[in-house]
Structures are given as C-alpha cells and as structure tokens.
Design a protein around this ligand. Structure first.
Ligand SMILES: C[S@@+](CC[C@H](N)C(=O)[O-])C[C@H]1O[C@@H](n2cnc3c(N)ncnc32)[C@H](O)[C@@H]1O
Length: 197
C-alpha cells in the first residue's frame, strides 16, 4: 500500500485518509474493506457509529470486523458488490469504495455501474459516495514505467486487477449519471471522487 501507492499509482495516502475523514457519516457502508486500514485511522471524533462492511472475501470481512469491533457497531455482508445490496433505500449517510473498483470484473467502467447504482439507491438525499480506483487507460493518467509493468502483470493474473478498460471519462460519466454533484480528480493513475446524492 505504501510502495505501490507512492511509486506506481502516484497517489498520496494522506489524500485517501482525508477522503475518509471528511466524508464519512454516522451510518456508513464500505465496499471492499480489505484489512480495514483506512477505517482504523479515522480520528477519535469521527461521526461514524454504524459500519456496514460488504465484501466477497470472508477473510477481509473478518479481519476488518476484529480490527474495528471495539469502536463501531459493525454489520457484515459477504457478497459481490455488483449484486443488489441488502440495505434499505435511502438509509445510509455515506458509502465508500477505495482502491477496489480496479479489482471488480468488467470490460470497462460501465460494467461496474451496478455498484454506483447501489450506492446511490442506499444513500439518503445529500449522502456522499466517495472513493478512488486505479485506472487503466486515458490521456489524463500519468502511467510511469512501474505503473505500466504492474498494470500489465496484475491484469494477466486471475483475481487481481481488471482495469485495462477503465478510463477517467467513463468513471466521471457513470458517477454523474447517478449523483447530483460530482467532485472528480485524476491523481497519478488514480481517479479520486466525492459524489453527493
Ligand atoms: C485492494 S482491496 C482495498 C481495500 C481497502 N478499501 C483499501 O483502500 O485499502 C480490494 C477489496 O475489494 C474486495 N472486492 C474485490 N472485488 C469485489 C467485488 N466484486 N465485490 C465485493 N468486494 C470485492 C476485495 O475482497 C478486497 O477486500
């Protein structure tokens, strides 16, 4: 996370910490928590109380649940994020998807649209969907030699990356289709956003 974010994807972890800190609300759902590292670094005065974790890997759910169970009321769901989520419409204050869309199967960002549609459905009006993902193609991206090598390597392995068709233009368009305001930027090879319902 430290090496590849800094040298391959060229996105500062401080930006990802800030994205979490500034946008998480009392009732929050994280799509693809991994080991829960960024959630574990939320400041003491975070408004977060109820934390839903959604992941198709039960090990990620268990590691994150154990890591954060003293701090938040945690609910876990083991499933593919492209399938309908078992949460009520307009029930959440915030949803995040950090460094996971590039691992979701699909030929381009439009195949991953059901995840954004579910986030929009689950959020209250004014709720925020924030996140970031490594993108695989597009003139705006700063793809250096290490990033090129890792993109090709990870996309050639099973169950690692699937993002060679993911572009900033499509990501922005998918977000704009489902949210009323979208703050989107490209940093290195990474698309970073905060979208408001
Ligand atoms: C690289 S980790 C990101 C972890 C964390 N969000 C972070 O920023 O450090 C990707 C996570 O997405 C999950 N994931 C990948 N594809 C998924 C899918 N289709 N549905 C749900 N979770 C998925 C993985 O199991 C893993 O927990």
């Amino acid at each position: 996370m430290w090496f590849s974010h800094a040298f391959a994807w060229q996105v500062p972890n401080s930006l990802l910490h800030r994205n979490h800190r500034d946008n998480v609300g009392p009732s929050h759902l994280t799509v693809g928590p991994g080991n829960g590292y960024f959630l574990s670094k939320l400041p003491k005065d975070t408004p977060l109380r109820t934390l839903h974790l959604l992941d198709l890997n039960p090990a990620c759910l268990e590691i994150t649940r154990k890591r954060l169970s003293g701090r938040f009321d945690i609910r876990t769901t083991e499933q593919d994020a492209l399938k309908p989520w078992p949460v009520e419409p307009e029930s959440l204050d915030s949803v995040d998807s950090h460094m996971m869309l590039h691992t979701v199967r699909g030929k381009d960002m439009w195949d991953k649209e059901p995840l954004m549609a579910e986030a929009a459905r689950a959020l209250k009006p004014g709720g925020r969907f924030f996140g970031c993902t490594v993108l695989g193609k597009g003139d705006e991206l700063r793809i250096n030699a290490l990033a090129r090598r890792l993109l090709d390597l990870y996309n050639s392995q099973e169950n690692t990356f699937c993002n060679l068709g993911d572009s900033p233009e499509d990501l922005r368009k998918v977000l704009e289709k489902h949210f009323s305001t979208v703050d989107f930027q490209v940093v290195g090879t990474v698309g970073v956003w905060v979208a408001t319902k």
